[in-house]
Design a protein around this ligand. Structure first.
Ligand code: NAD
Ligand code: ZN
Ligand code: ZN
Length: 339
């Protein structure tokens, strides 16, 4: 089988790799598709280098079919179609003890701290598996992981039907947050600076604006009778987004920070006091978010196929990285991992 090896210094190499025999409690999956996410791009740029063992195989947004089952694995067999929730918590730390194992203090993220899915066969712990319904194509199913991020973000926000939400940043995650919020019956405006992404969001029925040419606070006030947004999601990871997020919520409105910032952003704390705002962080997902994501994907309530702008072979990973760097005409890029 083939794998894409990251060798550091922005170097990727496609090469032969030996499938790892599944040990006790593990399964081996034939990977059909693997999505490339911002985190993979960060790794490519040298971020989190201390966590990688080079050469490293990236990738954690995938769908495939179980090929072999290790000893002691119950409930799974070869041929089952699955996706993986790529979290391996320690089970012992205070966060795990409190029931928050998705943000375990010693969390291993599979695909960063251990090899990822950008290869023909991927061996993972069976506890990470989620079953895919027959009607859900493996291509769309490779989007379940980012959809689960969005489901978690929306759940953490407490967003209710009829409420008004603003999403700052319309990359794959922000767009999915807007779609999941919409599926929950909220009214949504999304702010995105990349014209391709604004146009794509509009095609998907999202009200998307470019904050560079739209007065976003004025628009939100107009839509809410001067009240402000019930919920603001910051999904841009930009200083401008972090500044904008406090300008938009209503009194006692909620801000959910989903983005990961390269540098600690400057935030206007005065607005928290002034409007009694609430700030909440949201990180990855829990099992129930994956289950909801699979259900939303399987029932066709999210236009996932249209978010997939490219499907490339394993050898196309480098091209994918450069296209994502350019911030150009792409949304979700998938890699086809099996010939
Ligand atoms: N909390 C989590 O567990 C989690 C999971 C996945 C991703 N993330 C983070 O969420 C963020 C979004 O992920 P993504 O994959 O969609 O990344 P992305 O970089 O593709 O999307 C960010 C978008 O924000 C836009 N943007 C930049 N400045 C803006 C501004 N001032 N106003 C409006 N839009 C602006 C960019 O054009 C881009 O489209 C990233 O920071 C990522 O690291 C967090
Ligand atoms: Zn990801
Ligand atoms: Zn733990």
């Amino acid at each position: 089988m083939q794998a894409v090896f990251f060798e550091g210094n922005r170097k990727l190499r496609v090469g032969e790799s030996v499938p790892v025999e599944p040990g006790a409690g593990q399964v081996r999956i034939q990977v059909a598709y693997c999505g490339i996410c911002g985190t993979d791009l960060h790794l490519f740029h040298g971020a989190m280098a201390h966590r990688l063992t080079l050469p490293h195989v990236m990738g954690h947004e995938m769908a495939g079919t179980i090929e072999r089952v290790g000893s002691g694995v119950e409930g799974w067999r070869a041929g089952d179609r699955v996706t993986v929730r790529p979290l391996d918590p320690c089970g012992k730390c205070p966060a795990c003890a409190a029931g928050h194992s998705h943000i375990c203090h010693n969390l291993k993220f599979i695909g960063i701290d251990t090899p990822g899915a950008l290869q023909g066969m991927w061996t993972v712990p069976a506890h990470t598996l989620h079953r895919l319904p027959d009607g859900l194509a493996l291509r769309e199913a490779a989007m379940v992981e980012p959809v689960a991020v969005a489901c978690h973000d929306v759940r953490m926000s407490g967003l209710k039907e009829g409420e008004f939400a603003v999403v700052i940043g319309g990359g794959p995650i922000g767009t999915l947050v807007a779609l999941v919020a919409g599926a929950r019956g909220a009214r949504v405006v999304m702010a995105e600076v990349n014209p391709f992404r604004v146009a794509l969001a509009r095609e998907l029925g999202i009200e998307a604006v470019n904050p560079l040419d739209t007065d976003l606070p004025a628009l939100v006030n107009e839509r809410t009778g001067g009240a402000g947004a019930d919920v603001v999601f910051e999904v841009s990871g930009s200083q401008a987004g972090a500044e904008m997020m406090t300008k938009l919520p209503r009194t006692r409105g909620r801000i959910v920070v989903v983005a990961i910032y390269g540098e600690a952003p400057k935030v206007d704390l005065f607005r928290f006091f002034w409007r009694e705002l609430q700030l909440c962080g949201a990180r990855v997902y829990e099992g129930q978010d994956f289950e909801l994501a699979i259900e939303l994907a399987a029932t066709g309530r999210l236009p996932l196929a249209r978010l997939i702008t490219d499907v490339l072979p394993l050898g196309g990973l480098e091209e994918a990285m450069h296209r994502m760097e350019g911030g150009g005409a792409c949304m979700k890029i998938l890699v086809s991992c099996t010939d």
